[in-house]
Design a protein around this ligand. Sequence first.
Ligand code: SAH
Length: 275
Amino acid sequence: MGNAIMRKPVNPYFASGTSNRFGRSSLGGGVTATNSNARILTRPPRVPDVPATRELSEMVNMGLNSEHARGMMIQRLREQGITNEKVLAAMMAVPRHLFVDQGLASRAYEDAALPIGYGQTISQPWVVARMISVLCEHGVPAKVLEVGGGCGYQAAVLAQLTREVYVIERVRGLYDQARDRLKAMGLLPRIRLSYGDGMLGLPASAPFDAIIAAAAGKEIPQTLIEQLAVGGRLIAPEGTTAQRLILLERTGTNTWKRTELESFRFVPLRGGVQS
Ligand code: SAH
């Protein structure tokens, strides 16, 4: 018998030639990536040599491979200062256009937050990249909690990087959609998605090596702060009208180091659930 060539099963949702933790990793053409759900107040630097947003949209409309558009998104993120190759590869691997309404798919690779229904948005690529890069500054965290799963995009990116991803979403309709989408992509049950109030965290699964929130409260809930492992990192926006991204590092049982990062505008962090 000849030598059999073993091939890993291909998940049709992940483009060939892109990287994810289950398959091979090859970022084409010196490209990198990032994404988030926020409108930015402090804008990342403009990149002159990357096609304008409209051109990108047209390329997608013209039926060109979304992988190409994603590659351009990665390139733009790289040029906007995202340097973590693992984060860029993770964003290259996730088809962002599958996380928005079909009518918005052609805009999925713009550096913009887009509506996902229920008054919420999918985070802007640069914000997603920035937040995850900060979490991964000293290595990829093993166990991550995301508060505000929304359409599930950021969770899918996190799942390319790390094995244990817990996600909470408070809006039933978004939770249902994210569950169906992530399941179809083969990411459930690896992503542990729950419907509930993320301000309470997930005490039964705590502590977490990293916590990431894509919705802004007046203050970061103490419950979440307590669910961070010693040595862990929490990144979340804080504030109402004026918002700022905050990094909290748990340096000891009773000590945290707080660093203020960029200004963004996120959707509000709300208590309770919306059925
Ligand atoms: N990471 C998401 C961003 C979604 S926007 C993405 O990639 O698309 C932020 C989300 O936070 C919204 O879906 C909103 O419903 C949710 N949210 C706000 N307050 C919450 C809370 N207390 N618990 C859980 N989710 C919350």
